[in-house]
Design a protein around this ligand. Sequence first.
Ligand code: G3P
Length: 226
Amino acid sequence: MEYMFDTVNIDDIKHYSEFFKIVGITSNPSIIKLEGKINFFNHFKEIRKIIGMDKSLHIQVVAKDYEGMMAEAEAIIKNVDDKVFIKIPVTEQGLKAIRGLKLKGVGVTATAIYTKVQGLLAMEAGADFIAPYYNRMENMDIDPQDVITTFASMIREYNYSTIILAASFKNMGQVNSAFECGAQTATVQPALLHAALEMPVINKAVEDFAGDFETVFGKGVSIVDL
Ligand code: G3P
């Protein structure tokens, strides 16, 4: 059960990495849009510097055709680093690009997955990660639990090394459910994790404990003063 941050906001990555253990950073053009016109390659190099080489960095292509995807993947590898996982949407052209990139030894994350057939074809094409879109599936009345459970059982049954990197979450209940269905990894906006620990009842419990201690030992006294 691992988490990634679905953001390219440098401040958020720095800040929230102090609190949450993550195994990588994911991005796509819509996530980049939230930051405006970034200096594309430099921005990702900076993220790499922050997270280090032992965490995974996932960058998506924009081209829709095989040749364009391959050219963009090459540019990303050349200008960021050769450990980047190239995110490829699972279309017909995308499947060809996944196979092409795997032949070259490039790490691939198959993305924009709404259906079982997309995920299974991407696994068979050699994708290292498959990214089922949990919330977007629910919006379309596709059952994400059924889809993710099928991926997990196929991976087990046929010994694929593919990792299920569940994505597109609007609340932590969806994230937990993806894990329960067999996703090994979930990518989430840091704000979702933050909000999950900001529940008033949690803060009240902490306040109550502090109040009880103060009643016994006096105001401003800490355990280190005892
Ligand atoms: O990682 C994929 C994810 O960013 C898609 O999420 O919120 O656009 O459905 P969303």
